[in-house]
Design a protein around this ligand. Structure first.
Ligand SMILES: Cc1cc2nc3c(=O)[nH]c(=O)nc-3n(C[C@H](O)[C@H](O)[C@H](O)COP(=O)(O)OP(=O)(O)OC[C@H]3O[C@@H](n4cnc5c(N)ncnc54)[C@H](O)[C@@H]3O)c2cc1C
Length: 397
């Protein structure tokens, strides 16, 4: 049963995924306790629940590194505050290169991390094998490891943040769908929901792949579009050590993660398949997409050569879920142009778990202080042109 939503509040956050929870939490931390978060189904039910949970903070730009790097400070903080574990396995992240060009890119990344972190170390093929005994090191040119990274449980992570919201006086309502954003004279005045109306001066749209639709309710363009995103999980094996680092092989569009005695092999496909949001059920909640193994096959075939055990173990799970992507691979955040009080943070391009704390903190500061806390112009929703929000452009992109 849904408890009674208030008639009035300072701010409404739409969406109970990792990003909505993080924005709500950081607003509460800034002293806004009259925070209401509305989730149409259950917390994490959209994209968050099925993420692989990689916590990577190594980035080629200082802005991205600041946003992602905050996660490593945030995890111990939220665990201490709420007493809830986020299931963080600090096993490190490793990058591998099969050619000089990729290794050059990794070396550059290593150089910039000396400026803004995290700590990284370059590796030769023998050192890679020491860290990842399951690997066939044939043809490896080199790699890099970031020992402070790893992976967490996306659901535990989000639930811990939600507990932090409640602990600081914020209110979370599940089973409440926002059906309209109310405006008057260029200002937000409230939201209409399936449980009634809430008056508010601030609406924060954190509705993930549905954020574009919420934007339309307020005549605000939010260019993002869901695409299929894949991973598979093998059956369990005693041959899979539980301290394997996350391994990224970008030339073969693959990442590997130890997953409770199994190997999770994920894909960063260069040519992802768009998903028409209208094709998703209206009550999409903890759901998967059918996906096509052919799309995943090139990643799998290359991975079996690199980690031969993968080919010996049966496949326990083949997973395909939707994730929202933006035309330039940067999130849409900040204040809507031309509409006072309407903010957003959506289109996480597959890094919403690891960057969720940083996005949430930055946006909360932006809302409370009325300006971005540092240069976020590359993510500011005002960077977009109207044509970028057409369905034809987005699905092609
Ligand atoms: C296969 C896969 C693997 C991934 N692996 C990783 C990873 O390893 N690391 C990482 O950092 N990221 C990963 N991601 C990405 C990550 O899962 C997402 O970036 C993140 O979950 C996005 O969170 P969100 O809060 O924006 O969206 P969501 O979790 O989708 O939350 C949006 C919420 O809004 C709600 N909502 C929608 N419309 C309304 C409405 N009208 N009223 C009220 N509520 C509404 C929805 O029900 C939903 O719960 C992965 C994604 C996929 C698909």
């Amino acid at each position: 049963m849904v408890s009674q939503i208030p008639q009035k509040t300072q701010v409404v956050v739409i969406g109970g995924g990792v990003i909505g929870c993080s924005v709500a939490y950081h607003l509460c931390r800034r002293g806004w306790s009259d925070v209401v978060m509305l989730e149409r189904s259950q917390l994490t039910c959209g994209t968050t629940w099925h993420a692989a949970g990689l916590i990577g903070t190594t980035r080629a730009s200082q802005t991205l590194a600041t946003l992602a790097g905050y996660c490593l400070d945030f995890i111990p903080m939220i665990e201490k505050e709420t007493g809830q574990s986020v299931g963080f396995n600090q096993v490190g992240s490793m990058w591998i290169a099969e050619d000089e060009e990729r290794f050059e890119e990794i070396r550059r990344l290593h150089d910039v991390t000396k400026i803004w972190g995290p700590e990284t170390h370059l590796l030769n093929a023998d050192e890679i094998e020491k860290h990842y005994p399951l690997i066939d090191k044939t043809g490896l040119v080199g790699g890099m490891i970031a020992p402070s990274e790893g992976w967490a449980s996306p659901v535990d992570f989000t639930m811990a943040i939600a507990k932090g919201v409640r602990g600081r006086g914020g209110k979370i309502f599940e089973g409440v769908t926002v059906t309209d954003v109310l405006t008057d004279n260029g200002k937000v005045t409230g939201v209409e929901t399936n449980q009634g109306r809430i008056e508010t001066d601030f609406v924060v749209n954190c509705a993930g792949l549905w954020a574009r639709e919420i934007g339309r309710m307020a005549d605000v363009d939010i260019p993002l579009y869901p695409c299929e995103h894949y991973y598979m999980v093998t059956e369990k094996s005693e041959q899979v050590p539980n301290d394997l680092p996350v391994m990224r092989d970008q030339s073969n569009e693959a990442y590997y993660k130890e997953d409770a005695g199994s190997i999770l092999l994920g894909a960063f496909e260069k040519k992802a398949i768009p998903v028409d949001p209208a094709s998703l059920p209206e009550n999409f909640s903890f759901e998967e997409l059918a996906g096509e193994f052919d799309q995943f096959m090139p990643v799998y075939e290359a991975a079996v050569k690199r980690v031969p055990l993968l080919g010996e173990l049966g496949m326990r799970k083949f997973f395909c879920g939707p994730e929202s992507f933006t035309p330039d691979d940067q999130i849409q955040m900040g204040k809507a142009p031309g509409l006072e009080g309407f903010y957003m943070c959506a289109g996480a391009n597959s890094v919403g778990i690891q960057t969720g704390p940083g996005y949430g903190k930055a946006l909360a500061d932006w809302i409370v202080d009325g300006r971005a806390p540092f240069d976020l112009s590359g993510m500011d929703v005002r960077r977009n042109e109207p044509y970028q929000n057409t369905t034809a452009f987005l699905s092609e992109r």
